[in-house]
Design a protein around this ligand. Structure first.
Ligand SMILES: [Zn+2]
Length: 226
């Protein structure tokens, strides 16, 4: 089993961190227990009491993706104040459950069968993996959507690209190919130069850049073409 919350959905990671710190403020020392469970790990659990020794602990094999832990949207908590990982005679788990619910998590302690007080999950897809299975089939497909929650980097790249584009656009000289395209302040100069046979352009037209147009107009005003 994996206690690495980093393998879970980004929003679950955030909420797990908040739960631990909110609980600590109230003297409830919470440690994260099982978080993400791989197909292999679920298969190993399924084998218990079937292929390996011990009692049967689950009816779900790994490929059925029947545990929310396999979808990276659930974690379990453990009591970590020395009284015992699951000691609950003082209602410790219900206090933690109430804080988790206030943060927006679904709490397994609210379930009827089985009541699962150490369990928390994201509420978005319902209590069971039915909807996730229908939508994504397996956890790898589901993970592709996790990026959507983490738009920061993608947004930054998008904005940076647009900035770069705008900058290039600003620095690219506009080119005029037809007389009617030329702004009023430059047209008399261009007409004069065409009349005199000085300006001929190329196969595309006049091919006068904005910068060149300014130079021509300044020269014209200085009387160079008279
Ligand atoms: Zn659980």
């Amino acid at each position: 089993m994996s206690r690495n919350i980093k393998l879970c959905h980004p929003r679950l990671q955030e909420l797990a961190g908040k739960l631990v710190s909110e609980c600590a403020k109230q003297g409830l020392i919470v440690k994260l227990g099982e978080c993400f469970r791989s197909v292999e790990e679920q298969n190993a659990l399924y084998a218990k009491g079937r292929i390996t020794s011990g009692n049967i602990v689950t009816y779900a094999d790994g490929s059925s993706y029947s545990s929310m832990h396999q979808w990276g949207v659930a974690f379990d908590v453990i009591r970590n104040d020395g009284k015992g990982a699951y000691y609950d005679n003082d209602g410790w788990f219900s206090k933690v459950g109430a804080i988790g619910k206030r943060l927006g998590l679904e709490w397994g302690g609210d379930w009827v069968s089985p009541v699962d007080k150490p369990h928390f999950q994201l509420p978005d897809w319902g209590s069971t993996p039915t909807k996730l299975k229908r939508l994504y089939g397996n956890v790898n497909n589901f993970k592709k959507t996790w990026e959507v929650d983490d738009m920061t980097e993608a947004e930054v790249i998008k904005i940076a690209r647009k900035e770069a584009n705008d900058m290039v656009y600003r620095y690219v000289d506009r080119v005029y190919n037809r007389v009617f395209e030329i702004p009023d302040w430059g047209r008399p100069t261009v007409e004069k130069l065409i009349d005199k046979g000085i300006l001929r352009g190329n196969e595309n037209g006049l091919y006068i850049s904005e910068t060149l147009l300014r130079v021509l107009v300044i020269n014209d005003r200085a009387g160079l073409y008279d």
